[in-house]
Write a protein that binds this ligand. Structure first.
Ligand SMILES: [Zn+2]
Length: 134
């Protein structure tokens, strides 16, 4: 009995993403999203990061909301080496229809096409996933 609990705790420590995937956290997350028409942006109504991205804290750790929206929709962690791309470039948008998974290059291309990225330096200074300072 004790041994089982210890193992479970260790797993949580090794993989903090397990904290994300419970129904209550998911419910709390979507409760702060303004769900509008399927093709419209669904703005995050909670806090934001210094870079203007929506931010939601789980166990005191800040996560970017478009990444969480993708993870909750797909019930999966973001695969290694992949980026979560906000196709609409609205940093607070959580509409799964506006969020895609791709490579770093896809992300840069999306930004360049939409005109929101002006130069290469910006592309390579892209905000990382969870290491957001409040
Ligand atoms: Zn959007």
């Amino acid at each position: 009995m004790h041994k089982t609990n210890t193992l479970a705790d260790e797993n949580l420590a090794v993989n903090p993403l397990k904290h994300i995937f419970n129904e209550f956290t998911e419910w709390k997350f979507w409760w702060k999203v303004h769900k509008r028409e399927p093709d419209e942006c669904w703005p995050w109504l909670g806090g934001k990061s210094a870079q203007g991205y929506g931010q939601f804290c789980i166990k005191s750790k800040p996560f970017l909301t478009h990444r969480l929206a993708w993870m909750f929709t797909h019930q999966s962690a973001v695969p290694d080496g992949k980026r979560v791309i906000l196709k609409c470039r609205n940093r607070r948008c959580c509409n799964p229809a506006h969020i895609a998974i791709g490579t770093h290059k896809d992300q840069a291309t999306t930004g360049l096409k939409s005109g929101s990225i002006k130069n290469e330096a910006y592309i390579y200074s892209y905000v990382p996933n969870v290491e957001v300072t409040v």
